[in-house]
Write a protein that binds this ligand. Structure first.
Ligand code: ADP
Ligand code: MG
Length: 397
């Protein structure tokens, strides 16, 4: 699937931007602090796309969502983001008024401003509900449609899913291209041995990813809360650890499938245990989980076990932290695994919002391979069916 997409989708060099305006859907849903951009990573990562279009004689209209406002809410205005974009681009960025009622889209398209930006797309109910009036208006503001919003491409929202249908000329920006290439490398003909590290909160979130990767990868190292549903399904005592009781059958099915395919499917052999999460000072490490204790991190023996596989791996996919990493006392396992991964020579793709946050907090960055900018989107891609907002770009209008 992903290989077919990369072979057939149009990328920036395939377009002639001279004298034209491109509608560029981006994901500028940045962390904000008192109405200022607190982390501009997402803006910075699309600068090459915008710069390329401007440098090739084009003009742009940029559009993004920001937060989850219900209709117009001043505090979610895109203006601070537009200011930061202007600063990074050294260009004036003009923001369209929120009320598009009396506006003529054609005049925006032809305006002298090289960089325009729409207000927060979530201000318009049409964005989530798919109201075609909004799509019709936006489509007349530009000649070419470019999706560079990797982190928003798993949703069927108007600006990524219905809007491209209004354009004959459509394709992807450099950020989306980079993401697709990285995922293609681990989904199609990956170098072996291939190790999947998986953790995080729920088996239910990751079940389709596991099912898709089971036949492809060689080893599966499982930590986080999801390990306890799997351990319980195997009949182990997991005390008060977080278990998805309604997923025990699914967990059993996964374990059987792994055995049938003769894969190494490694669950934690020791744990960091507490009676209540908010008393990290009382943590203990143990192989057995006594009644009343819950697992909040993988233990040192498990780290050693996992490390042996990581050191041999040539390809690694990592999704989901090994414990409640937000609390430093329970971040030891995640951090040790992160160190091993960054030291290994394997080509690594890290997907999942929390996993990327955990690694960045440690100072581990792009040198590991690829740190995906999309949490939900990266998981969806690992399920093997592409992304709605990307697949749609392959269809003719
Ligand atoms: P990602 O965003 O990388 O896909 P998830 O959202 O699936 O990861 O999981 C991250 C969350 O899982 C974190 O908030 C973390 O605290 C939680 N978590 C990890 N291990 C445990 C555990 N043993 N018990 C409860 N929660 C856990
Ligand atoms: Mg998450």
């Amino acid at each position: 699937m992903i290989k077919r997409i990369l072979d057939h989708i149009r990328t920036l060099p395939d377009f002639d931007f001279e004298g034209k305006r491109a509608f560029v859907r981006v994901d500028f849903n940045c962390p904000m602090d008192r109405r200022e951009v607190a982390d501009n990573t997402r803006i910075a990562s699309t600068i090459p796309t915008i710069r390329y279009i401007l440098d090739h004689g084009g003009r742009v209209i940029i559009a993004s969502h920001l937060g989850r406002p219900e209709g117009y809410e001043e505090e979610f205005s895109i203006k601070p983001v537009a200011r930061e974009l202007g600063r990074l681009l050294s260009e004036e960025v003009r923001v369209l008024p929120f009320d598009l009622g009396g506006e003529d889209p054609g005049s925006w398209k032809d305006s002298e401003n090289r960089v325009l930006m729409t207000e927060n797309l979530r201000f318009y109910s049409g964005e989530t509900r798919g109201d075609e009036d909004l799509a019709a208006f936006l489509s007349e503001t530009a000649d070419i449609y470019i999706n560079d919003a990797f982190g928003a491409s798993h949703r069927k929202h108007l600006s990524v899913y219905a809007l491209p249908g209004y354009f004959t000329e459509k394709g992807i920006g450099f950020l989306v291209e980079k993401e697709l290439k990285a995922f293609c490398k681990v989904l199609k003909d990956p170098e072996k041995p291939y190790t999947v590290i998986m953790g995080g909160s729920k088996v239910s979130d990751k079940i389709k990813v596991l099912e898709h990767l089971l036949p492809v990868a060689d080893q599966f190292l499982i930590g986080g809360a999801m390990a306890y549903t799997l351990l319980k399904a195997k009949g182990c005592d997991v005390g008060a650890s977080r278990v998805e009781k309604d997923r025990l059958d699914t967990a059993r099915r996964i374990l059987e499938e792994a055995e049938h395919l003769k894969k190494d499917f490694i669950l934690p052999v020791d744990h960091c245990l507490v009676k209540t999460v908010d008393r990290p000072g009382e943590k203990i490490y143990s192989r057995q989980i006594e009644t009343g204790y819950m697992g909040v991190d993988i233990g040192p023996e498990t780290v050693r076990l996992f490390s042996a596989f990581i050191r041999k791996a040539k390809t690694i996919v990592w999704n989901g932290p090994m414990g409640i990493f937000e609390i430093p006392d329970y971040a030891v396992g995640t951090n040790r695994v992160a160190e091993e991964v960054s030291r290994s020579g394997a080509y690594t793709v890290v997907g999942g919002g929390d996993s990327v946050r955990a690694l960045r907090a440690l100072g581990v960055g792009d040198e590991v391979g690829h740190m995906s900018t999309g949490g939900g989107a990266s998981l969806k891609l690992l399920e093997g069916n592409g992304l709605p907002g990307i697949n749609i770009l392959l269809e003719s209008p």
